[in-house]
Design a protein around this ligand. Sequence first.
Ligand code: PLP
Length: 437
Amino acid sequence: MHHSTARSEELFREAQQVIPGGVNSPVRAFKAVGGTPRFIARAQGAYLWDADGNQLLDYIGSWGPMILGHNHPAVVAAIQQALAEGLSYGAPTEREIRLAQRVREAYPSADLVRFVSSGTEATMSALRLARGYTGRDLIVKFRGNYHGHADSLLVQAGSGLLTGGGGSARSAPSSAGVPQAFAELTLVADYNEPQALEDLFQRYGEQIAAVIFEPVVGNAGVLIPTPAFLEALHRLTRQYGALLIADEVMTGFRLAKGGAVELLGLQPDLICWGKILGGGLPVGAYGGRAEIMQQVAPLGPVYQAGTLSGNPLSMAAGLATLETLFQDPPYARLEAYGAALEQGLQTLFAEAGLPVAINRVGSMITVFFREGPVQTYTEAVASDTERFKAFFHGLLQRGVYWPPSQFEAAFFSLAHGPQELDKTLEAIAQALKEPAL
Ligand code: PLP
């Protein structure tokens, strides 16, 4: 069982000589759980192989995009086709129209869609648009929600910022280098606490351009919105003329064809996408009602651009991914795997006498190491992160690659089947026998 990791260790040492912390995105460094991150050599279906040749059953899925499993043949073929034609033109192409049409098919309220190259760009641009459209400066976000690393959004942010990626999540701003003056334009409220939102709107409502939120949170671990919270979000934004921005970067095309918007019956003014939309290549997008989106350049005064926006390879990967998903919608299958995994986890943890709260929506799941329920940020951060570390390493040593932080969602894909479920539960059963758990 115990993996040899000599090559990953060697590569990590080398990486640290030329890349800050040896990684290009903080959570990859395993800082929250300790140990050496695995360097990945290749992937197929539900599995990764690291640089030492160890096979890992993947519950990260590149942090969300790989819903079809790694190297899906339809996606690979679409990229190869695009590759043979040319890499980037800085001019419009037909694939951009086709992908925008697919997004609109899944999200009928999005009349117009603008492609960018990351989720960060999508949320950053949506905020600028909301400010431009409303002529107001303040935005509201929720403690522990993560929307990428634009300055205005690195205030009480989740994901890597909850696990030592930089700055402190408990002060505003969450990162050095974000001027206090920017942070002051970002109001922070608590997720699933409608009264706090109500108070904020009573005080600042006329100045609020937008509220941005994760419709199902992945970046504090999985948190599920309560109906009262969703009702307050819609009511207050409407009442005060602020825009409601659903950040579907993680949940879009994952929880349903039309993401959390469809699943929960939401009516946001703007929607942001990323991850699955690019099928593993860099893509983000934002969209909404024509009247708002027409404020974006070249039609309107809100500037936003990108050399590689709508890149042909990214569009091809995204199109193949959405077409595959839409042809034979897989959400019932993902739900069945998720329900079985959740049930298996409940049973194993109960047998081990270990209190956990398992939050899951479809193919996003978090095991919080504390008693439930966990609905708020405050409840999430009270988890036993030492136990989580032991859980994480116990699984990794048995070939199951869970996200290296208590405050991240685990994802699974359509390549995860009965064999993968058995393997996962067996690894968990064995890991639970370890003394640290
Ligand atoms: N929004 C959400 C909900 C996310 O989970 C993320 C990334 O994890 C982002 C935005 C930022 O996307 P990206 O990392 O592509 O910039």
